[in-house]
Design a binder for this molecule. Sequence first.
Ligand code: ADP
Ligand code: MG
Length: 573
Amino acid sequence: MSTKETLSFQTETKRLLDLMIHSIYTHKEIFLRELISNASDAIDKLKFKSLTETDLIPSDYKFKIEIIPNKENNTITIKDSGIGMTRDEVINNIGTIAKSGSKAFVEELNKATETNDIDIIGQFGVGFYSAFMVADKVTLITKSPYSDIAIKWESTGDGSFTLEEVEKDSIGTEIILHLRTDNEEKEEKYSIYLEEWKIKELVKKYSDYVRYPIQMDVTKEVPKKDAEGNPIENEYEKITETETLNSMLPLWRKNKTDIKEEEYNEFYKNNFHDWSDPLATIHYKVEGNIEYTALIYIPSKAPLDFYSKEYEKGLKLYTKNVFIMEKCKELVPDHFRFLKGLIDSSDFSLNISREILQQNRQLNVIAKNIEKKVVAELKKLLKNNKDKYIEFFKEFGRDIKFGIYNSFGANKDTLKDLLIFESSNSDKPTTLKEYVERMKEEQKHIYFVSGESRSQLEKLPQMEAIKDKGYEVLFFTDKIDEFAIQMLMEYEGKSFKSINQGDLELDENNDDKKLLEEKEKENKELLEKIQKELEGKVSKVKLTNRLKSSPVCLVSGEGVSFEMEKVMNEMPN
Ligand code: ADP
Ligand code: MG
């Protein structure tokens, strides 16, 4: 039975399609890399399944991706021998923005529609829809090894799609793009994607490292041969042969010295849903007891879902070039959950289970190693390019502070030198090390003050005496700052002290102290009187050396500071 059904896209999908079709986005050519990357993912999945389900495919099964341009029909087809999709999978994967139907996405989409900023598309893994940037009709024919029937999905991107049962003899997916017609006026040239040279160029540019052959029949003019097989001079003939367009060598297997920065960046953007270049790339190989290759990226921006529950940390895991899992979370500590990348190790068996992996000793060693490498890379960045580091810290610094706080200080030695704070002595945020280096000889503490903003804190009456002393004050404007510092307790033997709290120990000379004591005695009655007036509001009224031009200030006792008290009051019990 083959009936044709018409179904509607989700509202979000409709919006997205609209955005795709009407956008003035200039990088339309990326549709090809999106479809190739889907094809490659689908082959990965089939290959992985076939490791345990041995009768899924014949032993001589060919994993490949084919590109078939057809100038007569004005179509380009991308065909793979991957896992394909059942009817339900087509509806779930292609008809909806499955993982992205979240509120955050819709909000971002609205913003993007206003500003015509299409960069969010890559982040949400809506790659398939990029087909509509170049095609006015898309046909997808697919067969899963888990279903007897093949499915044809078709849409003109106008809000609905059709589904139909069809014949297809092989497993896999075929996507036919009916290209839009050229519009010279708008300088939109779609027929270019039917040209052999253009397709070759795009595959080289975006998909060279894809691990399966990307093939195309190419027509060549070659010298004609005579009966004995010798070339005849000046006589040529056209022959068609299947050519593999990509080199297939995974990028991470290549030598570091042979890889250009753009290649690393392209690879990142292709594989990790980001349209901006990464901030830093870490690529290294370990040999010996445990062998593995790591290709790790520090993104330059936090992804949109970074602070949502949906965000999952982890690196891709490969063993001997075979894809094992998308997010191996054991490989990265929480405070580096922003990392993207992959590990390829020959030390794991192909069908290792999640449970076994969790207790795997090698995996732990690799994870520790990765952490060390990342710390070293960040320290290098901090030293050589502070501005860039500041950018990094704006995006991901909170995770590092939480890392110190959440581990009850267990990670403090690893992370303390990655912290930077605003400070009264410099325009740029400073490290604790820099602070200590600038400390006055007689200065006992690292002073800080917590509050909403730097400008507000600079005006505090308490600042004056400290500034007079020439001491520096760190401004803690992030709520977590003070919690993290409490876990650190000290830095290079210097304890932290809030200028709002207890005795400032400004190292007054003895004369000053005596004078203060005398004055306290003289004014005993007055002080007691004020204290009585304010009973229940303050616990003690004292004379102080910490003020210069302001007559009075509030400070907290030795325990919890005002700011921490505020944060703790806000916390749900
Ligand atoms: P993503 O690749 O990030 O998941 P896409 O929009 O590119 O997002 O694809 C959506 C989903 O459609 C994929 O996750 C996959 O399940 C399915 N899909 C797309 N192309 C193929 C294909 N060639 N073979 C099998 N499934 C596919
Ligand atoms: Mg995709």
